[in-house]
Design a binder for this molecule. Structure first.
Ligand SMILES: [Zn+2]
Length: 68
């Protein structure tokens, strides 16, 4: 999936979030990384194999995300 050089971290690496963003949908609250990881604005993640990573960074409590 990734065609960058050097290659971005794979979805099963702990630094998977360092992969480049290939699609960003702030109005829907998620980004797609080039390793197939869906990264949500609350720092939760959906991995390509279906695993879900719970949000793991503190949120800016003043921020409100609206569903589009
Ligand atoms: Zn890449």
């Amino acid at each position: 999936m990734c065609q960058h050089q050097p290659q971005c971290p794979a979805a099963d690496c702990s630094d998977r979030e360092a992969a480049r963003t290939v699609a960003h949908h702030p109005e829907q609250g998620w980004s797609l990384l080039c390793n197939g990881v869906l990264l949500f604005d609350d720092t939760g993640e959906l991995l390509p194999d279906g695993r879900i990573i719970a949000p793991h960074r503190p949120l800016d409590s003043g921020r409100i995300t609206k569903a589009a």
